[in-house]
Ligand binder design. Structure first.
Ligand SMILES: Nc1ncnc2c1ncn2[C@@H]1O[C@H](COP(=O)(O)OP(=O)(O)OP(=O)(O)O)[C@@H](O)[C@H]1O
Length: 608
């Protein structure tokens, strides 16, 4: 993925620090969690004192009362610990869930506003997995790792201090162990972190691979490529496993080394401390307390070394999420002007444009076009001429690199995206339906539309009859992408959606083949009604549409090569004449033939 690979890999935890900014709005809970954390750490440390009293005033002294009060003290400490743990665990887990939810929302909020080109360069499947796995990692991080780290750091510092206080000489043993343990943690930790990030990447690519295959399952099965896809997927999975294995190995070594070093240090300390007790230089209680502290120090160290790995993994995740969060749209929404309410003409003025992913391929080249208000304009031209590109630019999915597109006298870039896009609506060649009811799909652009308006839009799109025949009618639930509807039905729902939106400028990408004659007839009827008096730009494939358009622009290689009416173009534009002959599979056309006659011919050819 481009944005991951290009990202500078910071070696520090600055990404994590930025994520922690998301904690700020919940500072009261954070404060509560910190207080609970300190209470439990304090209680844990005072257990050592309890142990000393238990040994020295209890069984070493043979004093039952002393034993009893020591036991009571321990019970009190346990209760404080239980209470503190309850509060800490609750608040910290709450924070983890809340922050990862906030982060997920923030990333998604940014994603849906990005220029569509971003999703051509970065696979949707991989981005999805960032949204789920990376945020889950951060949730574990905040919900447990950070608190573990804080708790253990507190215990470590406290236990070290108490150790020094209890017995200075023995403490030196422990202090000797500290640097010995830190060194391998730093060395292996760095390796673990790099492998973690690779591991996340490869898991994300496993996910996106599966997503793509499953989405195209019919093509896979029809070409009988299940076996190949399975082995290719196995390859992806194994690659992810190999990376994970390396990470696990490094991490196991990290833990083993840390534990071995701390425990052997402790054994040496017991040996020396045991000698002191035997020779009377130290009480058994002191040694007990000391051992307790030393175990705490060792334990805290081992935990910290493990949590350090987690923190590093999470730092990788945070980095990638923040990259998604920091990506800015290449179609900036900076304009504040509002487009004039009335229909105005749209002018492409020497527009030069290439898709950012293919800078060497000019899609529109000094492109000039005037779209008259309230009129229909058909775009025709060979494949790759740039017709769809005109639509993309009209909706500001991209901005031209040179020249300008103006509405009236104002550059589109001076309008806010929202106000400009309120003017346009697209009926795409392959209509996109969402999971939900028919009604939801029609009202997608106006979710609070009245039922009567939805019905009227459906009627205008000649869709009401078939919708009523669906189980549940307008409440019929369409599965993902509306797969149970025919192409023509989907297109009429998309049309109804556009009609309900009542755009000033209608963009129509005519389906080339999805429609049978009857659907086509219905769609044509519907279109005739809604195009009347409305600025309509059509990527035209059907002769009837083309001849009925007020104007036709013939495009070739990113330029308009001729404009006029059908009759004029047949005479003036050899390209148009050739296209007309090829595209409409007709005998040589002559301007003299009547519109009705041509439409009839077209009907009969599409029937056949
Ligand atoms: N998303 C994209 N990224 C990069 N290049 C693109 C993209 N979409 C189109 N192109 C390129 O831009 C040029 C114009 O394509 P466009 O889709 O506008 O042509 P078209 O006239 O609509 O063709 P068709 O009739 O086949 O749909 C072509 O060279 C095409 O390869």
């Amino acid at each position: 993925m481009a944005y991951v690979k290009d990202a500078p890999k910071s070696r520090d935890m600055s990404a994590l620090r930025q994520v922690l900014i998301f904690l700020w709005p919940h500072k009261l809970r954070l404060l509560g969690a910190t207080a609970a954390l300190m209470l439990t750490a304090g209680a844990t440390l005072s257990l050592g004192y309890g142990v000393r009293i238990l040994i020295d005033s209890g069984f070493s002294a043979g004093n039952q009362d002393g034993l009893k009060s020591a036991v009571l003290l321990l019970v009190g400490i346990s209760m404080a610990m239980a209470f503190g743990t309850f509060v800490r665990f609750y608040l910290v887990s709450w924070l983890g869930e809340r922050v990862s939810a906030d982060l997920r929302s923030a990333v998604f909020r940014n994603l849906v506003r990005l220029h569509p080109g971003f999703f051509e360069q970065n696979q949707a499947g991989e981005i999805m997995s960032r949204l789920t796995t990376d945020t889950a990692l951060l949730q574990t991080l905040i919900g447990s790792s950070v608190s573990l780290a804080a708790r253990n750091t507190l215990t470590l510092v406290g236990a070290l201090a108490l150790m020094l206080f209890t017995n200075f000489k023995l403490s030196l043993f422990i202090l000797l162990i500290v640097p010995l343990t830190i060194a391998p943690i730093l060395i292996f930790g760095r390796k673990v972190r790099r492998l973690s990030s690779e591991s996340q990447d490869s898991i994300a690519s496993v996910g996106s691979y599966a997503g793509e295959v499953l989405q195209s399952i019919k093509v896979v099965q029809s070409f009988k490529q299940e076996g190949r896809e399975v082995s290719a997927f196995d390859g992806e999975v194994d690659r992810a496993f190999v990376i994970a294995k390396r990470r696990i190995r490094q991490r196991s070594i990290l833990m083993a080394v840390a534990i071995f070093l701390s425990l052997s240090g402790m054994t040496a300390m017991l040996w020396s401390g045991g000698n002191d007790v035997i020779s009377g230089r130290m009480t058994a209680g002191d040694l007990g307390a000391f051992v307790f502290y030393a175990i705490m120090v060792g334990g805290a160290f081992a935990t910290l070394s493990e949590v350090w790995g987690d923190l590093q993994r999470a730092a990788g995740a945070a980095e990638r999420l923040l990259e998604l969060l920091a990506t800015t749209s290449q179609v900036p929404d900076e304009g504040r002007a509002l487009p004039a309410p009335g229909p105005e003409r749209v002018v492409f003025d020497r527009v030069g444009f290439f898709y950012p992913s293919r800078p060497d391929n000019t899609a529109l080249d000094a492109f000039n076009l005037v779209i008259a208000p309230g009129k229909s304009l058909a775009l025709v031209g060979p494949s790759g001429a740039g017709k769809s590109t005109v639509f993309e630019l009209l909706q500001r999915f991209y901005d031209p690199q040179s020249g300008a597109i103006r509405y009236g006298d104002t550059d589109l870039r001076q309008f806010s995206l929202h106000s400009w896009r309120s003017k346009t609506a697209l009926v795409p060649q392959n209509p996109v339906l969402f999971t939900g009811t028919v009604r939801d799909n029609i009202a997608y652009g106006k979710p609070d539309a009245r039922d009567s308006d939805v019905l009227a839009a459906a009627r205008a799109a000649h869709a009401d009859v078939f919708i009523r025949e669906l189980p549940g009618g307008f409440d019929c639930t369409l599965g993902a992408q509306g797969m149970q509807l025919s192409g023509g039905q989907r297109q009429r729902i998309a049309l109804a959606r556009a009609i309900l939106d009542d755009p000033e400028i209608l963009l129509l990408d005519e389906a080339t083949s999805a429609l049978d004659t009857e659907s086509e007839y219905h769609v044509q009827q519907a279109l005739g009604d809604i195009m009347r008096g409305r600025t309509t730009v059509i990527i035209a494939h059907r002769l009837s549409t083309i001849i009925n358009a007020d104007q036709i622009a013939v495009m070739d290689q990113g330029q308009v090569v001729a404009t006029g009416t059908h009759e004029q173009l047949l005479l003036q534009s050899p390209l148009y004449k050739r296209l007309a002959e090829l595209q409409f599979r007709e005998a040589p056309l002559t301007p003299a033939r009547s519109v009705v006659e041509q439409t009839e011919v077209e009907r009969s050819t599409s029937d056949g």
